[in-house]
Design a protein around this ligand. Structure first.
Ligand SMILES: Nc1ncnc2c1ncn2[C@@H]1O[C@H](COP(=O)(O)OP(=O)(O)OP(=O)(O)O)[C@@H](O)[C@H]1O
Ligand SMILES: [Mg+2]
Length: 254
C-alpha cells in the first residue's frame, strides 16, 4: 500500500472531528473520499499531510510511519497536498507560484523541464506565466494549485475539492487532467470531493464519510450502484431530492 491510515482520531480543541478512520490507498490508484459538509474529509487530508496531528492512530506512507511529522518533511517524501480553496500567492506570478512548489529541490534542469511539463498539462497557465496569480480565474487558480503540487514531483497527491465553484465544463477539464496525471505521470491520487459524480467516474475506490467516520467503502462501480449514494450524492431517482433534504435535516438534528 502506498498510504495506510489506522484508527485515526483528530481533534479541534475538545471537539473530536475524526473518530477512528482507517483507509488505504494503493499504488497508482485514484481513491476518493465523499461526504457531506463537515463530515471530516478536509481534516483527514490535513492529518495525512501533517498540517494536523492526530491524537491516536497511525499514518504510514510507503512503508514509513509519518504520523505527526512536520508538513514540510512529509512533502519532501513526495506527498503533495493541494488544500481546499486553492491558496495561491496572489501577488506572485504564475511561474513564481510554480517555482515555490519546487523550493525544496536543487536540480535546476529538472525544475525547468517540470515547469514545461506543467505548462503542457495547463496551456492556460503557459499563456499567463508572467501574470500575477491574483488575476487568474477560479479555474485557472485551481490549475495553478495542482501545478504547484506537481513541481514537487509527488508520488502521492492529496486533492481537496478541486471542482469547488467551477463550471461544469471546467469540472470536466480538471477531472480529465487528474486522470491523465494518474495514467501518464503515475501519480497516486487521494481525491476529496462533494461532486460525487465526477469523483466516482474517475476514481477506482471510494470511501464515504459521515460525522467523522467512514460509513461505506467499495470500488467506485459498486458505490455508483448503491441506493444511498444515488439518492444522497448523485440526485438520481425521484426521491433523490426529497432524500437529500431529509439528509440535511438529519444533520442539523444531531
Ligand atoms: N478550525 C476548526 N475549529 C473547530 N472545528 C472545526 C474546524 N475546522 C473544522 N471543524 C469541524 O470539524 C468537522 C470536520 O470538518 P472538515 O472541514 O474536516 O469537514 P469536510 O468534510 O471537509 O467539510 P466540507 O465539505 O464543508 O469541506 C466539522 O464538524 C467542522 O465543524
Ligand atoms: Mg473540506
Amino acid at each position: 500500500m502506498m498510504l495506510t491510515l489506522r484508527n485515526i482520531e483528530t481533534y479541534y480543541g475538545p471537539i473530536m472531528a475524526i473518530r477512528g478512520v482507517s483507509l488505504e490507498v494503493a499504488e497508482e490508484s485514484i481513491v476518493t473520499i465523499l461526504g457531506a459538509n463537515g463530515a471530516g474529509k478536509t481534516t483527514v487530508l490535513k492529518t495525512i499531510s501533517g498540517a494536523m496531528d492526530p491524537q491516536k492512530g497511525s499514518v504510514t506512507f510507503q512503508g514509513e510511519e509519518i504520523t505527526g511529522r512536520d508538513p514540510d518533511r512529509v512533502a519532501r517524501l513526495g506527498l503533495a497536498h493541494v488544500p481546499e480553496g486553492r491558496e495561491v500567492f496572489p501577488f506572485l506570478s504564475v511561474e513564481e507560484n510554480l517555482r515555490m512548489g519546487a523550493y525544496s529541490r536543487r536540480d535546476g534542469d529538472g525544475i525547468k523541464s517540470d515547469l514545461e511539463l506543467v505548462y503542457g498539462y495547463f496551456p492556460a497557465l503557459a499563456e499567463r506565466r508572467k501574470l500575477e496569480a491574483g488575476f487568474l480565474s477560479g479555474g485557472q487558480q485551481q490549475m495553478l494549485a495542482i501545478g504547484r503540487a506537481l513541481m514537487l514531483r509527488p508520488t502521492l497527491m492529496l486533492l481537496d475539492e478541486p471542482s469547488l465553484g467551477l463550471s461544469p465544463r471546467l469540472v470536466a477539464e480538471i477531472a480529465e487532467i487528474i486522470k491523465r496525471l494518474n495514467e501518464e505521470q503515475k501519480v497516486t491520487i487521494l481525491l476529496v470531493e462533494q461532486n460525487a459524480k465526477m469523483a466516482l467516474e474517475i476514481a477506482d475506490f471510494g470511501y464515504v464519510m459521515e460525522l467523522g467516520r467512514i460509513v461505506m467503502e467499495d470500488p467506485c462501480e459498486r458505490l455508483m450502484q448503491a441506493t444511498d449514494i444515488q439518492e444522497f450524492y448523485l440526485g438520481m431517482k425521484d426521491q433523490g431530492v426529497r432524500g437529500r433534504r431529509r439528509w440535511k435535516q438529519r444533520k442539523t438534528w444531531r
